[in-house]
Write a protein of this length. Sequence first.
Length: 110
Amino acid sequence: MPYILPGQRRELDPLIDALAAQIVQQAQTLEQEAAFAGLLNYACTRLALQVVRQRHGRLRYWLIALLTGVFKNIADEFYRRLAIPYEEQQKTGHGDVDLYAALLQDIQTP
């Protein structure tokens, strides 16, 4: 989680909320329910590239590595905080794949 100062959040949140509203508005004009993903991907990608360009002028390897890490951390945090609890709830409600238990047993048995 990117823990930033409350003042920074207050400045960024209205801009982010406006961008989110625009993405939702455009997505509602598209036929597929998941079409917002492309709009979201574009917005995140362009935002990252614009920050790099305005802050550093040109792309460097360390910036590529840094941005890759940021996007990976975003994905990992999202998955850990939302997808795992969702998957656990679904597993409880619908049952697990039986082979997971068998394979986990194999791992734990010397």
